[in-house]
Design a protein around this ligand. Structure first.
Ligand code: 6PG
Length: 488
C-alpha cells in the first residue's frame, strides 16, 4: 500500500456486504469491512483473493480511522432501524464531505429523510439499489445509485469497476436526485414480483394441466432461455426443476411449501403506485397472490367445498406449450411497461429526474430482472426519451401484436380448466384497457354524481356538472311511458 489507508469501507459483512467488498478488492481497491461478529471479519479476510488488500475489523471506529479522506463508506444492513442505528453510530466519527451509502432495500421515504438529516451536517448520503443477489454482489451486480451528484462522481469509478457489464458498458448509472436510487430499486423489485408470478402461473398450467414432468419443464425453460424470453429468472427456473431433495429424494421444488415469503418491496411498489397514482395491476396481482398463498388452511377448505379438481390434457401439448411461451412473453412486456410507467410518473411527481433509458440500460445485466427484452426497451427509450409508456413504442407494439392472440388463447384454456392465471389476466386486462380510447368509466362518473353529487365532466363542454338524477329519471320514465302508451 502507498499509504496505510483504505479506499472503501463496508458496514455489515453478511454475504451481500462481504461479496461486494471482495468484488471491489478484486478490482484493485483497498477495502476494509466492519462487523461486530469476529467470525464474519475473519471469513472476509479468508475469502479474499490472494494479492488483494482486504481487512476486517470489529469496531466502527477502527474502520473509520483507517479510511482515506474524504471517506467512502457503504452499509449493507437490513432496512429500517438498523440503517438509522448505523448512521447514528457513524455521525460522531465521520466528517464534512464524507460519503455514506445505504446499499440495502430501504424505503425511499426513509432515504429522503436521511439525505436531509445528513446534508445539514455536510455529509453526502446516497441511497443505492443493488441487485443480483449474492452471486451478483461478488461477480457484478446492477447498481442504482441516487442522491447527491457530487458524491456520485466520487464513487463512480469504483462502482463502474464492480458492476456487471453489458457490451462493455457498466450496469451502473446515476439514477437521479434524492431517493431516486432506492425508488428505482423498489420498482425493480415490483417488476421482479410480477415476472415471478407470471412464471409460476405458466408452471402451474404446464405441470397441472399439460402434464409436464419436472424434467420436461427443465427442458422447456432451458429452450425458452435460448430465445426471446432469455432472462435470468427463466434461466434459474430451468435449473430449479432438476434439483433433487437430499431428504426425500424427490425433486426439491415439489417438497417446498407453497406459502410465499416477501420482504415488502413489492408491497411498497403497489402502495406507492396507488399514491401517485399510476396503474400497475400485474405487480398488484403478484403481491396479492403471494398474500393469498399464506391462507393455506382456507384454501384447503375451499378446494374441498368447490371440488377444485383439474383434469390433465394429454393431447396437443407441444402446440399449447408454444402458445404458453408467447403468452408469457406478452405478459412480461406488460409487467416491465407498468413498472417503467410508474417510474416515469414518480420521477415527475417527486422531481427525481430519472432517465428511463439509463434505468433499462443498467438493468440489462447483473440484476434479477435482466432479460433480452431490456435491450428492446433501451433502444425504444434512447430514440424517444419522453415515451410515457413503452407500449407506445412501435417496436414494442409489433411484439405485442404478434403475441396477443396467444395470451388470449392461453387465458381461455386456463379459465376453462380452473387454472388460476391472475397475473396473465391482469396483464391482458391492462393492455386491453390501455388500448381503449373510451372506457366505461363515464358510467362510474354518473353513479358518483347520482349518489354523492360528486359532479362529472362532459365530452362537449368544459366545466364540472351535477344532475339531480332521481328527479330526471322519474321525469324520463314518465315521458317514456307516455310515448309508449299515449292514451293512458
Ligand atoms: C435483488 C432482489 C433482492 C430482494 C430479494 C427478496 O434485486 O437482488 O430484488 O433485493 O430483496 O429478492 O425479495 P422478497 O423477499 O421481497 O421476495
Amino acid at each position: 500500500m502507498e499509504n496505510n489507508l483504505y479506499d472503501f469501507g463496508m458496514i455489515g459483512l453478511g454475504v451481500m456486504g462481504s461479496n461486494f467488498l471482495l468484488n471491489m478488492a478484486d478490482n484493485n481497491y483497498k477495502v476494509i469491512g466492519f462487523d461486530l461478529d469476529a467470525a464474519k471479519t475473519k471469513k472476509l479476510e479468508d475469502e479474499a483473493t490472494k494479492g488483494t488488500t482486504v481487512k476486517g475489523v470489529t469496531t466502527l471506529q477502527e474502520m473509520v480511522l483507517q479510511l482515506d479522506k474524504p471517506r467512502r463508506i457503504m452499509m449493507l444492513v437490513p432496512a429500517g432501524k438498523p440503517v438509522d442505528d448505523v448512521i447514528n453510530n457513524l455521525l460522531p466519527l465521520v466528517e464534512k464531505d464524507d460519503v455514506i451509502i445505504d446499499g440495502g432495500n430501504s424505503h425511499y421515504t426513509d432515504t429522503l429523510r436521511r439525505v436531509k438529516q445528513l446534508d445539514e451536517k455536510g455529509i453526502h448520503f446516497m441511497g443505492m439499489g443493488v441487485s443480483g443477489g449474492e452471486e451478483g454482489a461478488r461477480r457484478g451486480p446492477s447498481i442504482m445509485p441516487g442522491g447527491d451528484i457530487s458524491a456520485w462522481k466520487r464513487v463512480k469509478p469504483m462502482l463502474e469497476a464492480v458492476s456487471a457489464k453489458v457490451n462493455g458498458e457498466p450496469c451502473v448509472a446515476y439514477m437521479g436526485k434524492d431517493a431516486a436510487g432506492h425508488y428505482v430499486k423498489m420498482v425493480h423489485n415490483g417488476i421482479e414480483y410480477a415476472i415471478m408470478q407470471l412464471i409460476s402461473e405458466v408452471y402451474d398450467l404446464m405441470k397441472n394441466l399439460l402434464d409436464q414432468s419436472n424434467n420436461d419443464l427443465a427442458k422447456i425453460f432451458k429452450e425458452w432461455n435460448k430465445e426471446e424470453l432469455e432472462s435470468f429468472l427463466i434461466e434459474i427456473t430451468s435449473e430449479i426443476f432438476l434439483k433433487d431433495d437430499d431428504i426425500t429424494g424427490n425433486r426439491l421444488v415439489d417438497d417446498i411449501s407453497d406459502k410465499a415469503g416477501s420482504k415488502g418491496t413489492g408491497k411498497w411498489t403497489s402502495q406507492d403506485a396507488m399514491e401517485l397514482p399510476v396503474s400497475i395491476p400485474t405487480i398488484d396481482a403478484a403481491v396479492a397472490m403471494r398474500t393469498l398463498s399464506g391462507y393455506k388452511d382456507e384454501r384447503k377448505l375451499a378446494s374441498e367445498i368447490y371440488q377444485h379438481e383439474i383434469k390433465k390434457i394429454k393431447h396437443k401439448q407441444d402446440h399449447e406449450i408454444k402458445k404458453v411461451k408467447d403468452a408469457l412473453y406478452f405478459a412480461m412486456i406488460i409487467a416491465y411497461a407498468q413498472g417503467l410507467a410508474m417510474l416515469n410518473k414518480a420521477s415527475a411527481e417527486l422531481s427525481m429526474d430519472i432517465s428511463l433509458a439509463d434505468v433499462v440500460k443498467i438493468w440489462r445485466g447483473g440484476c434479477i430482472i435482466r432479460s433480452s427484452l431490456l435491450e428492446v426497451f433501451y433502444k425504444a427509450l434512447k430514440k424517444d426519451k419522453q415515451l410515457a409508456n413503452i407500449l407506445l413504442s412501435k417496436n414494442v407494439a409489433k411484439l405485442l401484436s404478434k403475441n396477443e392472440k396467444y395470451i388470449r388463447s392461453v387465458i381461455n384454456l386456463a379459465v376453462k380448466n380452473k387454472i388460476p392465471v391472475t397475473g396473465l389476466m391482469s396483464a391482458l386486462g391492462y393492455f386491453d384497457t390501455y388500448c381503449t380510447e373510451r372506457m366505461p368509466t363515464n358510467l362510474i362518473q354518473a353513479q358518483r354524481d347520482f349518489f354523492g353529487a360528486h359532479t362529472y365532466e362532459r365530452i362537449d363542454k368544459e366545466g364540472k356538472f351535477h344532475t339531480e338524477w332521481h328527479e330526471e329519471v322519474v321525469q324520463a320514465d314518465k315521458k317514456h311511458a307516455e310515448t309508449e302508451n299515449p292514451q293512458s
